[in-house]
Design a protein around this ligand. Structure first.
Ligand code: FNR
Length: 398
């Protein structure tokens, strides 16, 4: 290991929790990119609700029990994973660090889990699929059915093991911080945004230097969006002027079910009715998600609606959840309420900003060690034992 690499690992080892990772990311990134990650829609009511929901639930521990090595393994859609935490699909990751989506996929695989590749990725879906280990592909509609179909055919050919249809993004949420900062998926400085962007970029010379050394122009192509005629297309172009929904509608879900050979997952549901509808349409799993508070402000905390969704479809489909997971204890609370596994979005993104692939590995290791310690303190031997009896009855949401 080179001296430089050693120093980097030592610096990452000093990140002791999610807040350290968030701060390290804030130091590394230009303001526009930092706030693109951290921010939520409108008044960020749902963003705050997500965090509060986890805090408000208490454990019911079983004391005087010695657990030597708690078992974290579980199975999702037939794949055995060592950590019940998947890395969520996140667009724009190549703006965060040159390792981008490849870094997320590599770290997830090293942790023995699964990466969900975003269709707004900075690498082609074929490049991301080359990373060893199981991966799922998340699909948007991008205003036209043909774009979605094109991506699905490529994802199938590239060997993704499941398809995730994100359905909470008919239009983009109103993330006001992005407008204030002049953020766009392409950080190309032009006459219109120069006043807002240039000072942010100059203040982060390390970030700038990394991109210059990496040979990347500021216009970082979201190359997964190469169109049928083989031309790369920017995300901003894909979504411009289209009349239709950016995310699949129920009609599109039917098309996906009929045309995707393999497990289908619907992400972004918040009610028992919608979950039933997804399962009736042939979904093998649903992800209870409010997109990390980035879409519909005023949406409920996912932890609050999870029990009802598990009750509605848990017998016939797997239920996963995300939005607000920051600690190993949060994972255990979600699993106790019936989630098979969870996804994390911002947490690995902060790790990526702080130290590329190794930074993502560090935050996943933090989650793993927090889960282990918490389970030993709870007297819980295996995540398969978790159910609502591990939570304080007076704190469980109805
Ligand atoms: C996202 N999310 C997201 N979801 C999706 O289906 N496709 C995408 O391209 C993106 N892009 C994206 C970018 C960034 C920067 C973030 C933070 C999130 C939502 C993501 O998959 C997940 O649902 C949330 O991030 C979960 O909440 P936490 O873990 O960030 O609180």
């Amino acid at each position: 290991m080179s001296a430089l690499e050693k120093a980097r690992r030592a610096r990452l080892a000093r990140l002791l929790n999610h807040e350290d990772a968030r701060r390290a990311a804030a130091r590394a990134l230009p303001r526009g990119i930092r706030e693109y990650i951290e921010g939520g829609a409108e008044d960020e009511v749902t963003l705050r609700r997500n965090a509060k929901a986890f805090r408000d639930i208490a454990f019911r521990p079983r004391m005087a029990t010695w657990v030597d090595r708690p078992d974290l393994t579980t199975t999702v859609l037939g794949t055995r994973i060592a950590l019940p935490v998947l890395t969520a699909p996140c667009g724009g990751m190549r703006l965060v660090h040159p390792d981008g989506d490849i870094g997320l996929a590599t770290a997830a695989s090293r942790a023995g889990s699964i990466h969900v590749a975003s269709s707004a990725a900075g690498f082609t879906l074929e490049q991301i699929a080359e990373v060893q280990g199981p991966q799922w592909f998340q699909v948007y509609r991008f205003s036209s059915r043909s774009t979605m179909e094109h991506l699905v055919h490529r994802a199938q050919a590239a060997g993704y093991s499941a398809l995730v249809a994100t359905v909470d993004t008919a239009v983009s949420g109103y993330r006001e911080r992005d407008f204030k900062n002049g953020f766009s998926y392409s950080m190309r400085v032009n006459a219109r945004n120069a006043v807002k962007l240039a000072p942010q970029l100059v203040r982060r010379p390390a970030w700038l230097a990394r991109y210059v050394l990496d040979g990347l122009p500021f216009e970082i192509p979201n190359t997964a969006q190469i169109t049928a005629d083989g031309k790369p297309m920017m995300l901003t172009e894909m979504t411009k002027g289209g009349a239709g929904s950016h995310s699949p509608t129920w009609t599109d879900v039917d098309w996906l079910r009929a045309n995707w050979r393999g497990p289908l997952v619907v992400k972004g549901l918040l009610t028992a009715e919608d979950a039933r509808r997804a399962v009736d349409a042939g979904a093998d799993a649903v992800i209870v998600s409010n997109h990390g508070g980035r879409q519909l402000d005023g949406a409920p905390a996912t932890l609050h609606v999870l029990p009802r969704i598990v009750e509605a479809v848990g017998d016939t489909a797997e239920v996963l959840m995300d939005s607000g997971i920051r600690r190993g204890s949060d994972v255990l609370k979600a699993l106790s309420l019936g989630a098979k596994a969870v996804l994390v979005g911002r947490l690995p993104t902060w790790g990526l900003a702080a130290g590329g692939t190794a930074g993502v590995e560090r935050v996943l290791e933090l989650l793993r060690s927090e889960m282990v310690r918490t389970m030993r303190l709870m007297g819980c031997r295996s995540v398969s034992e978790l159910d609502p009896s591990w939570l304080g009855e007076d704190t469980i949401p109805l």
